[in-house]
Write a protein that binds this ligand. Structure first.
Ligand code: ZN
Length: 292
């Protein structure tokens, strides 16, 4: 099943939903960052959750998700934009924990149960808006749902899953998202919750070949809904050489001179995609001259 995301809404417009397969996207992230299994699962879930937080962006809008727990993974930072691209990283990509008693990768243990989730929306206004809530389980889906409930007062269900193969590649990844907008009837929400009660492992369903359309059928059951559109999201970064030059310039003249004298070159990596940028002595010198 190729990566695909479907957006939908109930006929009365009070509940919106999305479902996606994102196996290729998570596999691209894994390859870029060379993450171990538990780290891949955590990063993959965060990337998919970030997509769900970024479904209605326009123009230059960007949504950044930061999950900062007290587990061995350190932080997870991801970012999604209106061009259907998402990128991100974990601070400790080598984290590999034993599976939990449910036989799943121990994402909660890797992220940690104590900490905070921050969502920053840069919607082209003067100031970006950042909301925050405490982590609940560190399993990411629950934490993002709790955030939406607490910080944005929109009850939500966020089901995200990543299945890792024996060779550590991503076997299946994806999820579903339900968000109640103001005015949603409590009975409707309870009905939706009953519908998804038996969806215990979304990644397993994806491995078995379920499509986003079929996921939405499970979510809505007999509740009337309509599909709004279809998107293809990818793991892709917006970094480029001029941006990294800007980073070098921001270090200041003394630091640059030091770099030229001591190292005779510089190697920078973009955190978000792990792409490497090399600068020769001559290029550093040119930057220095330009900065003067
Ligand atoms: Zn990058």
């Amino acid at each position: 099943m190729k990566d695909k995301l479907i957006r939908a809404t109930t006929m009365d417009g009070t509940v919106r939903a999305a479902a996606c397969v994102a196996t290729e996207l998570v596999e691209t992230a894994r390859k870029q960052h060379n993450t171990a299994a538990t780290a891949t699962a955590a990063l993959g879930r965060a990337l998919i959750a970030n997509i769900f937080l970024a479904l209605n962006l326009k123009g230059e809008d960007v949504v950044t998700l930061r999950i900062l727990g007290d587990g061995p993974l350190g932080g997870i930072i991801t970012q999604a934009d209106a061009n259907c691209t998402v990128r991100g990283y974990v601070q400790e990509p080598n984290v590999q924990l034993d599976v939990n008693p449910q036989g799943k990768l121990d994402v909660g243990g890797a992220v940690g149960k104590n900490g905070f989730i921050y969502v920053t929306k840069d919607l082209g206004l003067k100031e970006p808006y950042t909301g925050c809530s405490e982590l609940v389980t560190g399993e990411i889906g629950d934490d993002v749902a709790y955030y939406l409930n607490q910080s944005e007062q929109t009850p939500a269900v966020v089901g995200v899953g990543v299945l890792i193969d024996r060779d550590h590649s991503c076997l299946a990844a994806g999820g579903f998202f339900i968000q109640a907008l103001p005015g949603a009837e409590i009975e409707l929400l309870e009905h939706l919750e009953r519908n998804i009660q038996d969806v215990t492992s979304v990644s397993k369903l994806i491995q078995e070949g379920i499509t986003p359309e079929e996921m939405l059928v499970k979510v809505f059951g007999d509740i009337p809904y309509k599909i709004l559109d279809e998107e293809v999201w990818s793991f892709s970064c917006n970094c480029n050489r001029p941006k990294l030059e800007g980073v070098l310039l921001s270090l200041g003249q003394a630091e640059l001179e030091d770099m030229i004298e001591k190292d005779g070159q510089a190697e920078l990596r973009c955190h978000f995609c792990n792409e490497k940028y090399n600068f020769s002595k001559e290029e550093l010198q040119a930057l220095l001259d330009r900065g003067k």
